[in-house]
Design a protein. Sequence first.
Length: 507
Amino acid sequence: MENKGNQNEKNGQYCKEHIDEFLSRRALIIASNRGPVTFFTGENGELEYERGGGGLVTALSGLTRNIKACWIAHAITEGDNLWEEGDIPIDDHCAISVKLITSEPKAYDGYYNVISNPLLWFLQHNMWDTVRAPNIDSATWTAWDKGYTAVNMQFAQSIAEIIQNSRQKPLIMIQDYHLYLVPGMVRKLVRDARSYTLLHFIHIPWPGAEDWSLLPPRMREAILEGLCGVDLLGFQTHEDSLNFIRTCESHLPRAHVNYRQGRVWYRNHATLVRDFPISIDVDALKELAESEDVQHHRLQLIDRFGERQLIVRVDRTEPSKNIVRGFQAFGEMLDLHPEHRGKVLFLALLVPSRMEVDEYQNYLDELMAAAGRVNASHGDSDWEPVRIIVGENYARAIAAMQIYNVLLVNSIADGMNLVAKEGPVVNRQDGVVVLSDRTGARQQMATGALIISPCDIYSTAEALHQALVMPAEERADRARRLRSMVESEDINDWLCRQIDVIREKGL
């Protein structure tokens, strides 16, 4: 029988060749808020750049030079504002033309800091305390009209210009919630719909129709009309795709939906709705995991914490990550199962996120206090149950994931959560993943992980205990299942599935 690892490698190679063959006949346009690279001024005064770590950048880096790709993004840094359009080599095999949009600071602030974050992001992660927020006042409407709508139009105009000047039929891949209005705007700017293909992928959850009723009809309908301008609309999970169809059925007048076919028909245009669970670059992750930098951090962590079993979490300090309840569950486990006292350590590697937003600053204070309460209740002079390391260090995070006995991912809402997929690939302990059923990763990982409800502190505590005492044979079996799934359904498979639908439907 052929080795499964070799089969996965062959499938991955076929997928890359499959994508390459298709895109060699198409012009590729990618649009996202952040670009594939970040520019900065080096010590010699020259403009330099570093590659971003996003999944789409990773997927495209495996393609050949035959593909003509243009990436449209918004300038973020001072260095970005100095960039003039041109080709950037992403790696030895892939160069992308990068075009950065600039807008007035007030317009960008409204587009990004008022509408995209927090309004849409909080809505789609069910994070609003609706008794108190959101409060959509005149300032919000100004941000919508002169920020979000205006910046989306800038993206649409740039895309339309490339379409009109292209000799090949462009495939436009629009990314995420920052650019919901762009597809509909492109349709109005370029009337010949047969001359291009629009694809939009949404990386965050899409909640139910009732949640979208929080937005005023003008905002809500503009978002739905924009997204119904695409040919193929992609979500992380099947539930997300169904929720979108339900939202159109409830809130978009004159839309006709077909659940069986996964289609929304609006204004004489059909939008196919599918789920494409995003993943990781397995080969790149394995290469990094063997690097000297990761090895150095791993040895440091083992030296500091290795004598005890490790529960690890790696997260941004966002309220949706549910970090506070994770610490509370650990404390409850120590109450319910005192045999673990002194023998287990909870190591949390946390990356500060959106500290300019009050809700995020407050949440960082809350999680620190929650960890402090566990340590005060259960710790002693020889054992501090919870250890928190704050700061962005990807190599250190990978090192921690190599040595966990339990990986806790208990998000309240998460489009996917790639930590849940990275952990099983690099872990060396046959570690167990305790996974929230509110993450997109659950759809693929339910058979190998221990699934918990993120608000159920007791059940999370029991799952942590079960993971710590699980027999070695079962741990190894679960770890093998998760690792095999991630390796066979990697980032290239994610892109390949989207291309397959476009080809099959003749888009």
